[in-house]
Ligand binder design. Structure first.
Ligand SMILES: *Cc1c(COP(=O)(O)O)cnc(C)c1O
Length: 426
């Protein structure tokens, strides 16, 4: 597969380059030049076998079938689960990985791919600024991989206790630095480090959310679940930066017809407003209960536009975007519990509410698959407030409650970060 840069379409790179660079030198996102057609028999069930076949076909000739198997086997030690809630309603649970959000799929695959592609005998350093979920998925994905060191920067006191423990509990090749500043400060420190030639010996690599090595594998669970559901089918995707929706659209181009994509957003409604009015007005993010979707200027939106040749009318034919506020989110968590005894986290609830709105307004009775992006146990206080009952916790999170928080504090000062990085490499 060959990739081009959205800022500079003449500039094409291999998968390895796109993976290790993350972003092109001019700041453009990478996208596949073309997507192959790959068909599977309806009902095809083994998730890992499907992933191996897709990986081999997408990444040939750079990855052969045997290496594809290895990457997939090592990455996906967990699977998605598809549950039927009602005659036409399914939930695709993508939160059974080590950090209980769908971000584990992208992070795990990217980590194994980087491990397979990095130069032999070299130690590389993954440097990431994180505001929460992404960082913990990345940390768990790279944990104990030989020749790879991970340094995460997170803003002090701006992430939840549980998120902080998820970031800091690992140790070994994972270092989490608590920056005395906000998320933008963390990002600025990372940018400065990437531009600093004195850090060349560390072989810095980014693993942020725009890396194509995270998007491609996210398309796998869409294909896998669609094969088990009749047509016509719709996917409803709780969205923030629109990476997960990009993966869904790529999946439909490669393998599975989809009647409509529902892009469910919270009060951060830049995209539904744009699709209605044609005016793209990015703005500051607003805080909501579904905080992993608090994004005012979604960084994967240019990828969606590229998939539809920049045509808003084509996007509107394929995608419906709906904004759901916090009150409706809480109400939906409660209704899902009463009606189906199903406990949703706030992000998934945004998706459920948008899916119900769509189904109420359409007459063609499609099969609706709503993506559950996080385990409810990650957002217990919100969930318990809505359902007035105890919220279940997966084992991986319950373990964290008992451990003490560990972190290394640093000043919001580049020289301080630089000295820490250089000491690590000494
Ligand atoms: C990151 C995240 C989202 C948003 O996904 P995007 O790919 O950024 O649109 C939704 N829900 C949860 C729980 C997340 O962590």
């Amino acid at each position: 597969m060959i990739f081009y840069s959205l800022r500079n379409p003449e500039h094409t790179v291999s998968f390895r380059q796109a993976l290790l660079q993350g972003i092109d030198p001019k700041g453009g996102l990478y996208m596949p030049v073309s997507l192959p057609r790959i068909s599977f028999e309806p009902g095809y069930q083994s998730f890992n076998r499907l992933c191996s076949r897709l990986t081999a076909q997408l990444l040939q000739p750079e990855v052969n079938a045997k290496d594809a198997d290895t990457i997939v086997e090592k990455a996906f030690t967990f699977s998605p689960e598809l549950k039927k809630l009602d005659e036409h309603l399914y939930v695709l649970e993508c939160f059974h990985g080590p950090t209980a959000s769908f971000k584990d799929f992208g992070a795990a695959f990217m980590a194994q791919a980087i491990s397979a592609f990095k130069p032999d005998g070299e130690t590389i350093t993954i440097l990431v600024a994180t505001s929460g979920d992404t960082g913990s998925a990345v940390a768990h994905a790279f944990y104990r991989l030989p020749g790879i060191r991970v340094v995460l920067l997170y803003p002090a006191e701006r992430i939840s206790d549980l998120q902080e423990k998820q970031l800091t509990c690992l140790g070994e090749n994972i270092t989490a630095l608590e920056v005395d500043g906000n998320f933008d400060d963390c990002q600025d420190l990372v940018k400065t480090a990437f531009a600093d030639t004195a850090l060349r010996p560390l072989h810095l690599t980014s693993a942020n959310s725009i890396n194509i090595g995270r998007l491609l594998p996210q398309s796998f669970y869409y294909i896998w679940s669609a094969l088990q559901v009749d047509e016509p089918r719709c996917f409803c995707v709780p969205s923030g930066n629109f990476g997960n929706l990009t993966a869904a659209v790529m999946a439909s181009r490669m393998s599975i017809p989809v009647r409509k994509f529902i892009a469910a957003v919270n009060a951060n409604d830049t995209i539904p407003l744009y699709l209605n009015s044609g005016k793209y007005r990015p703005r500051k993010s607003r805080q909501t209960l579904s905080n992993a979707m608090d994004v005012g200027n979604p960084n994967n939106w240019p990828r969606i536009e590229s998939l539809f040749d920049q045509s808003r009318s084509e996007i509107n034919k394929a995608i419906q975007s709906t904004s759901i506020d916090d009150e409706r989110t809480l109400d939906t968590i409660k209704k899902m519990y009463q009606r189906y005894e199903y406990i949703c986290d706030p992000h998934t609830a945004v998706g459920m509410a948008a899916a119900f709105d769509y189904l109420a307004a359409t007459r063609d009775n499609p099969e609706m698959i709503v993506v559950a992006t996080a385990h409810p146990g990650k957002f217990c206080s919100v969930v318990e407030q809505a359902i007035e009952a105890n919220c279940p916790m997966p084992q991986s999170l319950r373990r964290l409650l008992t451990i003490a928080k560990r972190s290394v504090k640093i000043k919001n000062d580049y020289e301080h970060l630089k000295s820490i990085l250089l000491t690590m490499n000494a």
